[in-house]
Design a protein around this ligand. Sequence first.
Ligand code: SAM
Ligand code: SF4
Length: 316
Amino acid sequence: MEDTFGRGITYLRLSVTELCNLRCRYCMPEEGLCKKRHEDMLTEDEMIQAVRAAASLGVYKLRITGGEPLVKKNLLSICQRAGEVEGIQELCLTTNGTLLPPLARPLRRAGVSRLNISLDTLNEEKYRYITRIGTLSQAMAGIEAALEEFDKVKVNAVLIGGFNDDEIEDLAGLTLRYPVDMRFIELMPMYDNEEFGPKAYVPGSRVLERMPQLEPVGADGGVAALYRLSGGLGNVGLISAVSNHFCAACNRIRLTADGKLKPCLHSAQEIPIKGLDYQEMRAAMERAILSKPQAHVPLSAEEISEAGRSMNQIGG
Ligand code: SAM
Ligand code: SF4
């Protein structure tokens, strides 16, 4: 279905949980979050009903996200059922990868066709620092497990000044070792967090300044500008969500684990669907699509998002 600005909405990002086994400093507030009541979260049946409603309106790409989707007990069942919904052609999942080794194959069998794995550094101590509790070797084991099962694996790093801008070459170099696409994502100012404020923002163009040897390659229809290293087994992508937002081509709608449709990532507007029947849910989804703003509020190192939630509560 088209929104009021003529954009076809074909992509649903479904967050299946707010919970996470890591605590990335730029994603979750330092003090953590209160766990919500179980009965306030969408049930598996409600999630599947929402996917059916979205598919009936023309959504054909579904991304499962979180929090960390792999901590969700019934994740495989959700994937299996969501992927079987008529009209869903692509079932993707975004994960920090640390729990993937035993799950990569079951996920593939449950119908997931593509994985995105988040990895901000190749340094063990820095990984522990940024995730507060994670272990780099587990994330790397996750990438290797994913590559055994999936043809297309993307690795995503958030560019953070003073943290990983000195690792741009090393991270891009992953494409020489593995058949992965390595994508650099600009840090979005989600909430007032001094450590990840203006000084941490690095424009995507910094990657090209640091690596003039990157050769442009054709776009893949997604939001990333694509490049390649000579001998690279995958692309290097830039996702400049802040310096060059892609609102004009936005094809997405988001559903949070507590049942709120978000027409725009950076707007506080939310449409609740918890407890609705199929027809009501479908109508709510239509309303959400029709209320998508033309563009989000300006974002910059000084102007923070109006999302009103941290990223683990939205799903990225
Ligand atoms: N836990 C999973 C993971 O880390 O991949 C899925 C959920 S996580 C919220 C989705 C993505 O959002 C991750 O790649 C994470 O790095 C990114 N993210 C979180 N906070 C961000 C921010 N402030 N700016 C840009 N990306 C952010
Ligand atoms: Fe968890 Fe992903 Fe947020 Fe890190 S980025 S805290 S892994 S939800």
